[in-house]
Design a protein around this ligand. Structure first.
Ligand SMILES: N[C@@H](CCC(=O)N[C@@H](CS)C(=O)NCC(=O)O)C(=O)O
Length: 202
């Protein structure tokens, strides 16, 4: 049965769409949105009782949480997933880390800095969110000063998961964080990422 990915491409579903392009896995894309109530229908709540996107249905196996979905799919398809326990643990570490340290501040910063109409933006929320991002971004820049990818010489699911959370940082000045800036561009310039971006932007 074809893998089904739920969630419009401009949402966190981009993370899984990008991964499936990397894996070469065919999928059906259900462009579920919040705006039309799609995340709260009885049918969708059977897939993800938490009512968020993304979620997947992989032949009757339902899974939610973007990082869990991506770790599962990469492991299942044996691509971008570190084979040794230390590499695997590092992929978990970076995936948990980016969710704990950056996922929410990035969303708050984008929402109040760019997405909302100017009259609805709260400058303080945007400023506080950007401040909260500063230390984790420095940590990333430091980690990437040693090796081209996160704890690796090769692009892995750890890079995809972290870079996918930081999509919007492609469009801002990361001066002072040259390793982070170069790595983020390298990740998002990958052919699979370009395809996923087209889904999002096109
Ligand atoms: N931690 C979750 C967050 C999921 C999430 O909050 N998704 C947003 C869209 S990007 C959503 O579903 N919002 C609509 C809603 O909560 O109804 C993940 O990484 O998958």
């Amino acid at each position: 049965m074809t893998l089904k990915i739920y969630g419009y491409a401009a949402s966190r579903a981009i993370r899984t769409l990008w991964l499936c392009e990397e894996l070469g896995v065919s999928y059906e894309h259900g462009k579920t949105t919040t705006a039309d109530g799609g995340t709260r229908t009885p049918a969708y709540l059977k897939v993800n009782p938490a009512g968020h996107i993304p979620a997947i249905d992989d032949g009757g196996f339902a899974l939610s949480e973007s990082m869990a979905i991506n770790l599962y799919l990469a492991k299942k398809h044996g691509k971008l997933y570190p084979a040794d326990p230390h590499g695997e643990a590092k992929a978990w570490q970076w995936s948990f880390w980016v969710m704990a340290e950056l996922d929410q501040p990035v969303v708050r910063w984008i929402t109040h800095g760019m997405l909302l109409p100017p009259e609805s933006r709260d400058v303080k929320i945007a400023r506080d969110a950007r401040e909260a991002m500063e230390w984790p971004l420095q940590v990333l820049d430091g980690a990437l000063s040693k090796r081209p990818y996160l704890d690796s010489d090769l692009f892995t699911i750890a890079d995809l998961n972290v870079a996918s959370v930081l999509y919007r940082l492609l469009f801002v000045d990361l001066a002072g964080k040259p390793h982070l800036e170069a790595w983020l561009k390298r990740c998002w310039d990958r052919p699979a990422a370009v395809k996923a971006r087209r889904l999002r932007e096109g």
